[in-house]
Ligand binder design. Structure first.
Ligand SMILES: N[C@@H](CCC(=O)N[C@@H](CS)C(=O)NCC(=O)O)C(=O)O
Length: 205
């Protein structure tokens, strides 16, 4: 049995969305988010101390990209991902891990340094813009970032449209949000996402 430890203001939105897309039976445990004090992270009231946490029998996971990949490979039955031997598979994996691997470290560092060291924050922001530009170019020729179909990559960093009802700022909510602020192509892609999630919005994420 799958259990997701969830808080709607965190990355667990990604996994909540994915579980619904895959129509996977699961238990949802909504847990209060406790803002970390003095840098003490991994202190949430979940089995790993973090959001998201996914428990599937003996398996306990806490990295959103890995959770998305795990669920799609284990239960997707070919949905939401190019086949292992597809020429799109490498691109799919790259974009699956780009948000946490490349974009989010900048976003976290900018948040951290914006007051105490604004010059560092500006420099990091410039680098972030370059990385966002890389995504934007990938989106310039096609509606989705991998090929012509919607894929699970969005569940590993695309909760921004879902975050809006909760008043989370675009900048803070996710790597994907950065795509919104600076690029036409990415805004168009986010419109595709927004229409896609309309049907699951009544779930009250
Ligand atoms: N790279 C991780 C980041 C997880 C993360 O930063 N989770 C935050 C909420 S979005 C959290 O639980 N922070 C509180 C803590 O660590 O105590 C992922 O993608 O799952």
């Amino acid at each position: 049995m799958i259990t997701l430890y969830h808080n709607p203001q965190t990355r667990s939105l990604r996994i909540r969305w994915l579980l619904e897309e895959l129509s996977l039976e699961h238990t949802l445990k909504t847990v209060e988010f406790v803002p970390p004090v003095d840098g003490k992270i991994f202190t949430q009231n979940t089995p790993t101390g973090r959001f998201p946490t996914l428990v599937d029998g003996e398996i306990v996971l806490c990295e959103s990209g890995a959770i998305a990949q795990y669920l799609i490979e284990r239960y997707g039955q070919g949905r939401l991902a190019p086949a292992l031997d597809s020429p799109l598979r490498g691109q799919y994996l790259q974009w699956m891990h780009f948000p946490e691997g490349t974009l989010n470290p900048y976003i976290n560092a900018i948040q951290r340094f914006k007051d105490e060291s604004p010059t560092v924050a500006v420099s990091l922001s410039h680098e972030l813009d370059i990385a966002v530009g890389y995504c934007d170019r990938a989106l310039s020729q096609q509606p989705y970032i991998v090929g012509s179909e919607f894929s699970g990559r969005y569940h590993a960093g695309g909760e921004s449209p879902l975050s809006q009802p909760h008043g989370i700022t675009q900048r803070k909510a996710s790597p994907h949000c950065c795509l919104l602020r600076s690029s036409t192509n990415s805004s168009r892609a986010c419109s595709c996402l927004a229409s896609r999630i309309e049907r699951i919005q009544p779930l009250n994420f």
